[in-house]
Ligand binder design. Structure first.
Ligand code: HEC
Length: 157
């Protein structure tokens, strides 16, 4: 009897722990901002790392467009992969719990689409098909920028 009760207590404790982790993972460190978007609260270094990642995405978008336009498919593949899933390794692990799940999903989807562009180029898709795919991908850029802003957590009480 005692044994059974103890295991239930353990189940309850573990469930609470899992729920806290799940909540932290999905909610992220967000707060309302004074300009309407959700502020994602991160450290100064994390913010700098993410903004660098963003500038790389912009460079890849421009590079893919230019290469697709001139029909240089090898270059499309190389440039697209710079922003593909493999580059996710450079993202600081400390961000894991801070980024809300909706933002992570959109971010991973964007990286995945850069990888798709590389594959499309390798599979002989036309420059026009690839630039259309990029145009569609850039709706992710717009959607995320409309929802979130990065704020240095040290500036928020
Ligand atoms: C998952 C969310 C998300 C996606 C997707 C996303 N961004 Fe961003 N990006 C942000 C946030 C948040 C900021 C910071 C905006 C702020 O604080 O005002 C930002 C900032 C930027 C900046 C400014 C960088 C700087 O140094 O200040 C550029 C450029 C940028 N994004 C380009 C892009 C491009 C291009 C894409 C699509 C290929 C893209 N982003 C997709 C979230 C995203």
């Amino acid at each position: 009897m005692k044994k059974i009760q103890l295991s239930w207590v353990l189940v309850v404790i573990l469930s609470v722990v899992v729920a806290i982790f799940a909540y932290k993972f999905t909610a992220g460190a967000v707060a309302p901002s004074d300009e309407g978007r959700q502020a994602v609260l991160i450290s100064k270094d994390e913010r700098n790392a993410l903004l660098l990642e963003m500038r790389t995405w912009l460079e890849s978008a421009q590079g893919v467009l230019a290469a697709a336009n001139s029909g240089d498919m090898a270059k499309v593949a190389t440039i697209a992969r710079v922003s593909g899933m493999a580059a996710e390794e450079e993202t600081p692990g400390s961000l894991f719990a801070k980024i809300p799940i909706a933002m992570k999903t959109l971010g991973f989807a964007t990286r995945g689409r850069f990888d798709d562009m590389a594959v499309m180029a390798e599979e002989g898709k036309s420059g026009q098909e690839i630039s259309a795919y990029l145009a569609d991908t850039m709706n992710n850029c717009i959607a995320c920028h409309a929802m979130y802003t990065f704020v240095d957590e040290a500036t928020v009480k």
